[in-house]
Design a binder for this molecule. Structure first.
Ligand code: SER
Length: 328
C-alpha cells in the first residue's frame, strides 16, 4: 500500500480508519473521500476530505488516476435500516458503486478492501458458530447488496486478477463515529444516552444476541488483512471476523457496573428487530485466524470501559447532540 483512496471516509468506519492510515502511511499518501460533508468535524479534522459520489464512475477514475492510488478502501455504503427504507438507492450505492470501484481497480491495478457484514447471512444460516462457508439467503436489501458485493469481489479476483480482499464485520461500536442507520447502532446510542441521561430506550428486544466488535479491532483487522501476503490467503473476500457477542440486557448490565443508576427500557422497532432476528449470533472466525492471524483484543468489559471513558471526555469537551434513536 503506497497511495490509498478511501471512500465513505466520513462514515462509521471511515472516520477512524482514515486517521489510523494517515498515522501509519503518512497523511499525503491517504486520500479520504466522502459523498457527504464530513459530519464529525467536531471529533476529527478532515480538512482534506474530497467530495466523491461512488456512482460517478468518471469522477472516480479521474481521482484514482490523478492521485496514482494503488489501494482502495471502499467503505461507502448504506447501512441495514436505511437500506430497508430506500432499497433502490441501497442497490445503486452498495452494488453499482462497488462495480465502479472494481472497474477502476481493474484499469489502474489497485487492491480493493470491501467490508461485508453479518447481514450477508439469513435465517437459514446456522445462528451459532456460523461457518465461513455457509448458506447465504439474507432477507434484507442490505444483506442482498453485501452478498452481491462478496461475489463481485470474487469475480474480479478470479477473472481479472484484481487483488480484492474483505471481511464480514459484526456490529461495530465506535467512540468517534455517531450511528448511521444500522440495526446494531443501539450498541453505540446506548453509551451517549447512558452518559447524558442515565437512561436508554432500546429499539431491539432485551434478548437479541448479536456479534459485535469495538472499532479499534475492526480497523486493525482491515489493515492487517490488506498487509497480509497474498499467497497465504485462501478465502480472500468475506472473512468472518468476531470479537464478542451480547444482548442489549447484557450490555446494559455491563454499563451499570460503571454507572449504577443507569436504566434501560425497550420500545421495539419492528423493522430493525426483524433484521436482527435474521442475523447470526456468533460467527466462526477460524479461517481469518488460520490464514492471516486475526485476533480481537477488546471484549465486552474492555469495550464498555473504553467507550464510557471516551464518550464522557467528549461530553465534557463539546456539546455532543444525542444521536437520534429512530428515523423515518
Ligand atoms: N452494523 C451494520 C448494520 O447494522 C451491519 O453490518 O447495518
Amino acid at each position: 500500500m503506497n497511495k490509498i483512496l478511501i471512500t465513505g471516509a466520513a462514515g462509521q468506519i471511515g472516520v477512524e480508519l482514515t486517521q489510523v492510515l494517515r498515522d501509519k502511511y503518512g497523511a499525503k499518501n491517504v486520500v479520504p473521500t466522502s459523498y457527504n460533508k464530513p459530519a464529525y468535524g467536531k471529533f476529527i479534522q478532515h480538512e482534506t476530505c474530497l467530495s466523491l459520489d461512488v456512482r460517478d464512475a468518471s469522477a472516480l477514475a479521474q481521482l484514482v488516476a490523478d492521485a496514482q492510488c494503488d489501494t482502495i478502501f471502499h467503505l461507502a455504503s448504506l447501512l441495514s435500516a436505511v437500506a430497508e427504507a430506500k432499497p433502490l438507492e441501497a442497490w445503486d450505492i452498495n452494488v453499482n458503486g462497488l462495480l465502479n470501484i472494481l472497474e477502476v481497480a481493474r484499469t489502474y491495478h489497485c487492491a480493493v478492501f470491501f467490508p461485508s457484514s453479518i447481514g450477508a447471512f439469513g435465517p437459514e444460516t446456522p445462528y451459532f458458530n456460523t461457518p465461513q462457508d455457509a448458506i447465504q439467503r439474507p432477507k434484507s436489501m442490505y444483506g442482498i447488496t453485501k452478498v452481491s458485493g462478496e461475489l463481485l469481489c470474487d469475480y474480479y479476483y478470479h477473472h481479472y486478477g484484481v487483488d480484492t480482499r474483505g471481511l464480514r464485520y459484526p456490529g461495530l461500536i465506535s467512540s468517534t463515529a455517531l450511528p448511521g442507520g444500522g440495526t446494531t447502532d443501539y450498541a453505540v446510542d446506548i453509551f451517549y444516552a447512558a452518559v447524558k441521561n442515565r437512561h436508554y430506550d432500546c429499539f431491539l428486544r432485551a434478548d437479541t444476541q448479536l456479534d459485535m466488535m469495538y472499532m479499534p479491532d475492526a480497523i486493525a483487522a482491515a489493515i492487517q488483512l490488506m498487509e497480509t501476503k497474498a499467497a497465504t490467503l485462501k478465502h480472500r473476500n468475506a472473512f468472518n471476523v468476531a470479537a464478542m457477542s451480547f444482548t442489549p440486557a447484557q450490555l446494559a448490565a455491563e454499563i451499570q457496573r460503571h454507572l449504577p443508576d443507569f436504566t434501560i427500557s425497550y420500545q421495539i422497532d419492528p423493522i430493525r428487530q426483524a433484521i436482527a432476528d435474521s442475523w447470526p449470533r456468533h460467527l466462526d472466525d477460524g479461517a481469518a485466524r488460520a490464514e492471516w492471524g486475526w485476533q480481537a483484543h477488546y471484549d465486552l468489559a474492555a469495550t464498555v470501559a473504553d467507550m464510557l471513558k471516551h464518550i464522557t471526555l467528549n461530553e465534557q469537551k463539546i456539546n455532543v447532540k444525542v444521536p437520534i434513536k429512530s428515523f423515518s
